[in-house]
Design a protein around this ligand. Structure first.
Ligand code: FAD
Length: 544
């Protein structure tokens, strides 16, 4: 066993410096002045990360007040909490006060013919109640974790004791934020000023190159010239530097994901603030519903080959009643062939995009930022590991493409031309090896460790094997279930105990009020020694 142990003795590890190298003051090739072009979520998050991890860098964010940010992007995933509050060091109480996030325990898929939908909770890997018992008693996986029960009953894991104290299990069960995009971007832009990030309001009109993949300078519409050592392209779908200027090739995912447009708006919030994102099938796609403070934001993601914009808007209104501020957003699904070329790195929508069916864009964004940071050279004279970032990022996005494709290919809805088309034509070839393993014994996460490893190696998925299990079990993908090792009574006893706990839990509205009134609850959640947020170490969640 000793040959598998770390070859770096602890005392040597302690002596190694993990601090990024500083540029030499006399080096004319030093990477010192960074231009972040674009002031959406991508631009501000990367600018803050650069300041947090390499405080000696001179970071300038350039954005055009004439070109609004995309203004959507509000359902997130648990790693964002660790990124905001630990990696960037953003104060959680300040964030609570100024951005007013609501909580998301997972996604509820109203996905085809199943009466309760499919619960995709963030604790799916815990299997805390037991998936086999849930399948045996309900023929769906919805009662297999504690969090899925909280979702089913519209409660969050916070309790009020008889003597008026609060007990929170939010520290134990991973959850995410629902964020109002404009509030988030405004907050980040204010923090950016406080942290010494320079701000330039200008519209880039021309990009001057000096070589195939090297940017010399940028021209603005008001005649200015801007130049930096490194350019981070965060210009959204325009992809001004990576796409437009460097003409980087684009790999389309359109064979797997058929949607290309979203019609968005907001509706009146129901009394309960639902503690999940809802994704519900529609005639030519699906509709999200995201509770943010005071209203629910909705968006119908559809394929324009099947319905018109007016038909899409009518369908959302039929579904949700009055819908305010209706807007249309067009998008293309896929990624650029590279994220890093020469002195340009593209992040956010300027590199890649897939529809928000699994709330993945901000997750991908923070993973790419965290992967990029240790690879940045201090000087362009050094070897530059751009292909490392390119390969890792492309693989992650491709894994996401295949995972999303499963949602369409195996949905049982067949009543409209769109759903019949995706049923017959969605390309799932990249994940087929994993499906074959699943069919021979499901769920994958209960298979032996070697089979699990093989399945992951054959078809890397972005949301772990548990994520695939949840979706395929929920959609009744044909498979042999593995044999259980405990009597059903044992599962039933766990389920009853969980039901009793959930019955005592607060609604999200009550719990958010408790967290506003008791700062120590947030403090413990974000910094408590046993909290999952504290435990979300970079190494663990980047490579899970
Ligand atoms: P943008 O927000 O578009 O920002 C672009 C910036 O570039 C702006 O500041 C603009 O001024 C600037 N700019 C552009 N051109 C120029 C120029 N010529 N000169 C100067 N400045 C320029 N993500 C999630 O994680 N969860 C979700 O639920 C989710 N839902 C989504 C729903 C839809 C329909 C869409 C389209 C996206 C969704 N996303 C979601 C993705 C998310 O919105 C984005 O990934 C995220 O907001 C990052 O956007 P961005 O910063 O890359 O681009």
């Amino acid at each position: 066993a000793s040959m598998f142990r770390s070859r770096v003795p602890d005392r040597e590890r302690a002596a190694l410096s993990h601090e990024a190298p500083r540029p030499d003051p006399d080096d004319p090739h030093a990477v010192r002045r960074i231009g972040v072009i674009g002031g959406g979520t991508a631009g501000y998050l990367v600018a803050l990360a650069l300041r947090a991890k390499r405080p000696w860098l001179d970071v300038t964010l350039v954005e055009s007040s004439a070109i609004p940010v995309i203004g959507v992007g509000e359902a997130t995933t648990p790693p964002l909490l660790a990124f905001l509050h630990h990696y960037l060091g953003i104060d959680a109480l300040d964030f609570l006060k100024r951005v007013k996030p609501t909580w998301k325990l997972g996604i509820k898929f109203d996905w085809g013919p199943y009466p309760d939908g499919i619960m995709a909770p963030f604790d799916w890997g815990a299997n805390s109640i037991g998936v086999l018992g849930s399948m045996a008693t309900r023929n769906d996986p919805n009662a297999y974790t504690l969090q899925s029960l909280f979702m089913l009953h519209n409660r969050v894991p916070v309790f009020r004791t008889d003597d008026g104290e609060y007990v929170s299990l939010m520290d134990d069960l991973p959850f995410a934020y629902h964020l109002e995009n404009r509030a988030l971007v405004t907050f980040l832009s204010e923090i950016a000023v406080e942290r010494g990030i320079h701000h330039v309001d200008a519209q880039i009109s021309d990009v001057r190159l000096s070589g195939e993949d090297w940017i010399e300078s940028l021209r603005t519409t008001d005649g200015r010239s801007l130049d930096f050592d490194l350019y981070v392209d965060c210009t959204g779908f325009r992809s001004l530097l990576l796409g437009d200027a460097l003409k980087t090739g684009f790999t389309s995912y359109a064979d797997s994901l058929f949607t290309d447009t979203a019609v968005t708006g907001y509706t009146t919030q129901s009394e309960a603030i639902e503690p999940y994102t809802t994704a519900a099938t529609m005639d030519a796609g699906w509709c999200w519903s995201i509770p943010v403070p005071g209203e629910d934001h909705v968006g119908y993601v559809y394929s324009s080959a099947f319905i018109s914009g007016d038909q899409a808007a009518d369908e959302v209104i039929r579904q949700h009643g009055t819908v305010g501020d209706i807007r249309t957003v067009r998008f293309r699904v896929g990624r650029h062939e590279k994220t890093w070329r020469g002195n340009v790195i593209a992040l956010g929508n300027s590199y890649a995009f897939v529809e928000p069916l699994e709330s993945s864009s901000l997750l991908m964004l923070v993973f790419t930022i965290m992967s990029m940071m240790p690879l940045l050279p201090a000087s362009w004279k050094q070897p530059v590991p751009s292909e490392t970032l390119n390969r890792v990022t492309a693989n992650r996005w491709d894994g996401l493409r295949w995972f999303l494709a499963l949602h369409y290919r195996y949905n049982r809805r067949r009543d409209t031309p769109f759903w019949r088309e995706v049923w017959t034509s969605t390309d799932v070839s990249g994940i087929q090896p994993l499906l074959d393993v699943y069919a021979a014994g499901a769920p994958l996460h209960l298979r032996d460790p070697i089979t699990r490893r093989l399945a992951r190696a054959a078809a890397p998925t972005f949301y772990e094997l548990d994520g695939v299990d949840c979706l395929l079990l929920g959609q009744n993908y044909p498979a042999e279930l593995v044999a259980g090792t405990e009597p059903l009574e044992a599962w039933q006893a766990r389920k009853s105990a969980a039901d009793a706990l959930v019955a005592r839990a607060l609604t999200q509205r009550q719990a958010l009020a408790a967290f506003q009134a008791r700062p120590e609850l947030t403090q413990s959640l974000v910094h408590g020694p046993h909290s999952w947020v504290t435990g979300y170490g970079e190494e663990r969640w980047l490579w899970q």
